[in-house]
Design a protein around this ligand. Structure first.
Ligand code: TRP
Length: 454
């Protein structure tokens, strides 16, 4: 995607289907299967889901449309696109480009956990993995979390270095539908377990007493993360899109795809928590602590668990490859170095930020806290809850008051296409999104500092 510098013409998605599949491929990853369920469990279940869905059809829709349209209009990726539209806003492109560099290292840490669980199931140790202490012991070690992080990072780097993304992408085109079928199958099994219904209620019925400013902030951060927004990715994708493709309906398709998979993953994992008697506050470890218990109770659970983690691995590695590819091409352009040198630089960056993240979840660095968070949680917080909202805010203000929404609406309506929700688009970009983001950021900072209690 990002490395087709050899071809002069950028519009290289054959049509809408190609575009939607590529963008959905970037969007669907660990965010949907690992991150969404644990946030939903932590932030009140139904209320989190409700807030997320409302944000997806308003903020998510407007921002994704805006980014794709900026890319298509300029034919450039984030840094160049903002520069071309308005020199004063070049910094937004740069700010957006920092985000994938913060996400990539800890993404590889979680990818390493997935790889570890493949090995556990492949070597028949799945029963031990169902034990209460297993995940905690693994993660509080030193060699293990670092080793598996290096495995995952190494694989990602190899693919990016040798440019064999296409092969991996082709495999994952088969794997992704299988993953969806698998999630549905496992969900049905879990829903038949005693105790699961409590989790279903918790997940589906909003309870307003769980509502806090941080619920919205977490849902908003998750929306950006899951849909790869506010980091310039969708601008790059848009720059490859042909002018006759309908942007609005493409955005709807990507959103339905992405949200659908996250919803299913939540429906699988949240009831599994109540059925297995674990607690909701497991955070990033939730999937790994809970699912082995479920597989352990199933007939053929060893094989099913193995297949499941392999599928998740593929969803994860395709995302980490495009994250790394993004960072590599930014470093390459910015510092005018070769692709190989850029790969090495990014690899080193991943080591520097990733190793502390790998050791921060009960391991030897778990007592090191930045604003009360361990390394992994801190990188996650800084990118999703701080940088991305800020990038989104400035993007909205820029489009709303400098570039004007009309410019992008015209881009959407080229070649006889209609932009049906242009009213919603304009109102969200100009008023709703900026006001909400400022309020949410403000309240969350105050809440985090303990100034207010919501
Ligand atoms: N959206 C991806 C997920 O849900 C993660 C992600 C964030 C990503 N930014 C990206 C993937 C850039 C590819 C490219 O897991």
């Amino acid at each position: 995607m990002t490395n087709n510098s050899t071809s002069e013409k950028r519009g290289n998605f054959t049509g809408k289907l190609g575009f939607v599949l590529a963008a959905a491929g970037s969007a669907v990853g660990l965010g949907n299967i690992w991150r969404f369920p644990y946030l939903a469990a932590e932030y009140g279940g139904g209320i989190f889901l409700l807030v997320y869905l409302i944000l997806a059809v308003t903020l998510g829709f407007a921002l994704m449309s805006a980014e794709i349209l900026i890319g298509r209009k300029t034919g450039l990726s984030a840094i160049g696109a903002f520069k071309k539209l308005d020199k004063r806003f070049s910094f937004v492109g740069i700010l957006a480009s920092i985000v994938p560099a913060i996400i990539l290292p800890y993404y590889c840490v979680i990818g390493g956990w997935v790889a570890k669980y493949i090995a556990v199931f492949a070597t028949g140790k799945s029963h031990a993995a169902a034990g209460d202490e297993y995940f905690g012991n693994f993660i509080s070690g030193t060699a293990q979390p670092i080793g598996w992080f290096l495995v995952f990072l190494g694989l990602t780097a190899l693919v990016v270095l040798f440019g064999v993304e296409k092969g991996v992408e082709r495999v994952s085109k088969v794997m992704m539908p299988l993953l969806v079928i698998m999630i549905i199958g496992v969900t049905v099994y879990i829903l038949c377990q005693p105790g699961a219904i409590e989790g279903v209620k918790y997940y589906l019925i909003p309870d307003f007493k769980h509502f806090k400013a941080t619920t919205i902030l977490a849902a908003m951060g998750q929306l950006f993360y899951s849909m790869s927004l506010a980091m310039g990715i969708m601008i790059t994708y848009g720059s490859y899109m042909k002018k006759d493709v309908n942007v609005e309906s493409s955005v709807h398709n990507i959103e339905i795809f992405d949200t659908g998979i996250a919803f299913l993953a939540g429906l699988m994992i949240v009831p599994a928590v109540t059925a297995s008697g674990a607690d909701m506050g497991k955070g990033p470890g939730l999937m790994f602590a809970v699912l082995p218990k479920v597989f352990d109770g199933m007939t053929g659970g060893v094989v099913i668990g193995l297949v499941f983690f392999v599928l998740v691995f593929f969803a994860a590695i395709t995302s980490s490859i495009s994250l790394m590819e993004t960072v590599v091409s930014i470093v390459k352009d910015k510092f005018k170095v070769s692709r190989t040198v850029s790969c090495i630089l990014v690899f080193v960056l991943c080591l520097v930020l990733g190793i502390p993240s790998a050791l921060s979840n009960g391991g030897i660095l778990s007592s090191v806290k930045i604003i009360g968070l361990g390394f992994l949680d801190f990188f996650d917080f800084i990118s999703n809850s701080v940088l991305m909202p800020i990038v989104a805010l400035i993007t909205c203000l820029f489009i709303g008051y400098f570039l004007k929404p009309k410019t992008l609406i015209e881009e959407a309506e080229l070649e006889g296409n209609k932009f049906k929700q242009k009213g919603l688009f304009t109102v969200v970009i100009k008023y709703i999104a900026p006001i909400c983001i400022v309020l949410i950021l403000g309240f969350s900072v105050l809440e985090a500092l303990g100034v207010i209690k919501v």
